[in-house]
Ligand binder design. Structure first.
Ligand SMILES: N[C@@H]1[C@@H](O)[C@H](O)[C@@H](COP(=O)(O)O)O[C@@H]1O
Length: 247
């Protein structure tokens, strides 16, 4: 995996946005894999600026998000659909009907997971997938124990993930306990992957991902088998890495 240590969060966000913008410029009908969470917010702001100031054009692109909470309709203020609308979609020219996010409120969630996986395959597959990382090494909502064979499915969130995500809800009881998430196999199917991590709380997970053994106990470590991963971190998130990995 290629490691980039950015100066700070702003630099990390700019570098990540540049990679996406280059991809969209080179290949306008790019299939983007998008992530939520606090970490990519700065990257989305940079992409909006690149769209407005440099005319980066998303009109022919398609996007697939990693995951969505079970039980939240798209219009719910804490749904990942709302997050994406607010942080990116309403500010760029990606057509709404080309933005895909699993339906967490589907009546038949099993069918929804199949439909989503098939839609990704039918698009030709994800060209560039953005990932964050959970404190416990999760990617998307693939919690520890997720194997490399997993595809889009309903997952149970761990207590630590529920706690980490409670900051977006009024109270912890409101945080859904399940999500629909692309699987590890789905993510590994992307042609390129960019993983972003910022802050001290991610240092241990970044260390295990890059320097630990490949194990479903740290789902992000399974990315070691992918041929084209760029990990962009800031100094704090890099703080548990050995000198050898840093160089
Ligand atoms: N499903 C999302 C992940 O995709 C994200 O990577 C993680 C970390 O979020 P943050 O960037 O806010 O630390 O949070 C959630 O669990």
């Amino acid at each position: 995996m290629k490691l980039v240590i950015a100066k700070d969060y702003e630099d990390l966000s700019k570098q990540a946005a540049r990679l996406i913008a280059e991809e969209v410029t080179r290949h306008p009908s790019t299939i983007l894999g998008l992530a939520t969470g606090g970490t990519p917010v700065g990257m989305y702001q940079e992409l909006i600026a690149l769209h407005k100031e440099e005319g980066i054009d998303f009109s022919q692109a398609t996007s697939f998000n990693l995951d969505e909470y079970v039980g939240l309709p798209g219009h719910h203020p804490q749904s990942y659909r709302t997050y994406m609308e607010d942080n990116l979609f309403t500010h760029i020219n990606l057509p709404t009907d080309k933005t895909n996010i699993p339906r967490g409120d589907a009546a038949d969630l099993g069918a929804e997971c199949k439909r989503y996986e098939q839609a990704i395959a039918a698009s030709g597959g994800i060209d560039i997938q953005v990932l964050g990382i959970g404190n416990n090494g999760h990617i998307g909502f693939n919690e520890p124990g997720s194997t490399k064979e997993t595809t889009t499915r309903v997952v149970q969130l761990t207590e630590s993930t529920i706690q980490a995500n409670a900051r977006y809800f009024h109270k912890i009881e409101e945080v859904p306990t399940q999500a629909v998430s692309m699987g590890i196999q789905t993510i590994l199917g992307a042609k390129k992957i960019i993983l972003l991590a910022s802050g001290k709380a991610k240092a241990e997970a970044v260390h295990s991902m890059l320097e630990g053994e490949m194990t479903p106990d740290v789902p992000a470590s399974l990315l070691q088998q992918h041929p084209n991963v760029t990990v962009i971190v800031d100094e704090e998130a890099a703080s548990a890495l050995s000198a050898k990995t840093r160089n």
